[in-house]
Design a protein around this ligand. Structure first.
Ligand SMILES: [Zn+2]
Length: 81
């Protein structure tokens, strides 16, 4: 597991966790690959980030007590080549 930062200098309260799922070819439930914690203003940016990595974003509410806006928890062992 790795921790990353999507962007700097956003101190707005985190309102959502944008989960990123990798879809399987047979359309069964994908695996959770990563989560980005963002404020309302950065939800779109987080979704675009996951789309850009061929992952399906799914937004859930988050109270933001642990992470700052832009924090990413990445469960992937390594970046796909
Ligand atoms: Zn933000």
């Amino acid at each position: 597991m790795r921790f990353q930062v999507m962007h700097e200098d956003c101190d707005k309260p985190v309102a959502a966790a944008i989960e990123a799922y990798r879809e399987r070819d047979d359309k069964s439930n994908g695996s959770l690959e990563a989560v980005a914690y963002v404020c309302l203003g950065h939800v779109h940016a987080a979704r675009e980030k996951w789309f850009g990595e061929s992952l399906m974003p799914y937004a859930v509410e988050d109270n933001g007590r642990i992470f700052r806006c832009g924090s990413i928890t990445d469960f992937r062992d390594q970046q796909p080549a």
